[in-house]
Design a binder for this molecule. Structure first.
Ligand SMILES: [Zn+2]
Length: 413
C-alpha cells in the first residue's frame, strides 16, 4: 500500500462523489413494506458498484410482499474471500417521511434524512472502502473474492437472509464485515462485537364468557388470568444475566356486561448468552397450561397458551470476533484513533453469521437518532443524521484493518 497520507487524500477526494451516491439513495424510499422502493434501491446500488467490477444477483425474499435481497460479487484469484454486509430497507414509510418533511437535509456537519445512518451511510462506506482498496492496494483488491450482501428486510424479521449469505460464503471466507452505524462513547469509536438474541412471543388466555349481571359466577375471567400471567413473564427478567423480558402489548374483552372469554399479550425477550435465551424460552413456555383463575360456580379454569412467534439467535462474545476487533484496534492505534469493541442490545445480520465466519459489526459511519423521523421546533427531538466528518477516518480505519486481515492470512505472499 502507498502511504497513509495518500490514502486519506484519495478518500477526501472521493467523499463528494460518495455523498452524491448517498443523496440519491436517501431519495429512494425503501421502507421494508415498500418492495418497489427496496428493489429500486437494489438496482441503483448494483449500478453504483458495477464500475468496481461487481456482478449483481437479485434474490427474492421468501416473504411475499418484501423486496429482493441483493448480492454483488467480484471474483478474485486467491481462493480467499471477504463478505461485506448491509441492508436496503429503512423503518420509514413514505407517508411518514412526507408528513415530517424528513428528507435529505445537510446542516452544519450533519446530513439528516431517512437511512443516512441506518444504513445507506454504511453502504456508501462500503463503496468508499472498496474504491480505496482498488486504488491503493490493487493486488489485494484483485486477489480477494468480495461478496457483498444487502438484506431487503433487515428491519423486519428476515430469517431467509442468513441462508442467502451462508450459501454463498466459500471455505476461504476471512470475515463478514457488517456496516451498521458506529457507536461512540467519550469520543471513542465503538465497534460491535456481540448482540443480544431475541424471542418474540404471544400469550393467549381462553376463559369462559358469562353474563356479568345474571351469571357472573359462571365466568372464568381471561383478563384477570392474563394479568397474573404477565406478572410472571415480567418476573423472568434477570438483569444480572442481561436477560430482559418486555410485555409489549395487552388486550382482551369485548363489552362491559360480559365476563371476558379471551385476552392476549405479546412481547419479547433478549439476552447475549445463547444459554440464557434457551432458558428464557423454556421458562416462558412453562407458563402454558391451566391457569389459576377459575369460575366460582364450577371451577372452570382459564387456559393459557404460549406461542413463540419468531426467534433470532444471540451473537455472544467469541474469540473469532474479538480477533477481528483486535485488528481494527491495531489499525486505530496506527491512525491515532481509539477503537473499542462494544456489546449491543439490538439485532443485526451479524446475529445470523457470527457462528459461520468471524464477524465484526459497527463498521459504518457515525451519527445518531436512527429510527427517529421527528424534528421538534426546540430541537429537543432531532431525526436520524450522519456526521459527514466521520466518513473519511472510518473508511481509512476499515481499509487499513482489512489489509491487516488479508496480510495475516498470507493471501498475496
Ligand atoms: Zn440497520
Amino acid at each position: 500500500m502507498q502511504d497513509l497520507a495518500s490514502l486519506k487524500a484519495y478518500l477526501d477526494q472521493r467523499l463528494p462523489a460518495a455523498l452524491e451516491v448517498l443523496r440519491e439513495m436517501v431519495g429512494i424510499n425503501s421502507f421494508t413494506g415498500n418492495p418497489e422502493g427496496v428493489n429500486r434501491l437494489g438496482r441503483f446500488t448494483a449500478e453504483c458498484f458495477a464500475p468496481l467490477g461487481f456482478q449483481a444477483e437479485f434474490v427474492p425474499s421468501t416473504k411475499p410482499g418484501w423486496g429482493n435481497h441483493l448480492v454483488l460479487t467480484r471474483s478474485g484469484w486467491s481462493g480467499k474471500s471477504i463478505a461485506l454486509v448491509s441492508h436496503l430497507d429503512t423503518v420509514f414509510p413514505p407517508e411518514e417521511e412526507a408528513r415530517n418533511h424528513f428528507q435529505w437535509q445537510p446542516e452544519g456537519g450533519r446530513i439528516f434524512g431517512p437511512g443516512t445512518l441506518d444504513i445507506k451511510g454504511g453502504t456508501v462506506m462500503m463503496w468508499l472502502v472498496l474504491s480505496a482498496l482498488r486504488q491503493h492496494a490493487p493486488v489485494v483488491f484483485e486477489a480477494i473474492t468480495w461478496n457483498l450482501f444487502w438484506n431487503s428486510s433487515e428491519e423486519g424479521f428476515s430469517p431467509d437472509f442468513e441462508h442467502v449469505c451462508r450459501g454463498r460464503l466459500g471455505a476461504g471466507t476471512l470475515a463478514a464485515l457488517v456496516f451498521e452505524a458506529e457507536g461512540r462513547q467519550g469520543g471513542e469509536a465503538q465497534l460491535v462485537v456481540a448482540r443480544k438474541g431475541r424471542g418474540a412471543w404471544r400469550i393467549t388466555v381462553r376463559g369462559r364468557g358469562a353474563h356479568a349481571g345474571g351469571s357472573h359466577p359462571f365466568g372464568a375471567n381471561a383478563i384477570v388470568q392474563i394479568a397474573q400471567t404477565v406478572q410472571r413473564v415480567a418476573a423472568l427478567t434477570d438483569y444480572a444475566r442481561q436477560l430482559t423480558f418486555n410485555v409489549g402489548t395487552i388486550g382482551g374483552g369485548t363489552v362491559l356486561n360480559r365476563v371476558p372469554h379471551e385476552a392476549t399479550a405479546e412481547g419479547e425477550f433478549r439476552a447475549f448468552a445463547p444459554r440464557a435465551c434457551a432458558e428464557a424460552r423454556k421458562a416462558l413456555l412453562a407458563l402454558a397450561g391451566r391457569g389459576e383463575v377459575r369460575s366460582p360456580a364450577d371451577g372452570y379454569a382459564c387456559e393459557v397458551e404460549v406461542e413463540l412467534l419468531e426467534e433470532c439467535r444471540a451473537w455472544p462474545r467469541n474469540a473469532a470476533t474479538d480477533g477481528l476487533c483486535e485488528l481494527w484496534q491495531q489499525a486505530g492505534a496506527q491512525l491515532g484513533l481509539t477503537v473499542r469493541g462494544a456489546e449491543r442490545g439490538s439485532l443485526s445480520d451479524g446475529n445470523g453469521l457470527w457462528d459461520s465466519v468471524p464477524t465484526l459489526d459497527g463498521l459504518g459511519p457515525w451519527g445518531d437518532n436512527d429510527h427517529c423521523s421527528e424534528h421538534s421546533p426546540d430541537g429537543a427531538k432531532l431525526p436520524e443524521f450522519v456526521e459527514v466528518s466521520s466518513f473519511v477516518p472510518k473508511a481509512t480505519l476499515n481499509v487499513v484493518a482489512i489489509l491487516k486481515l488479508v496480510n495475516g492470512a498470507k493471501v498475496t505472499s
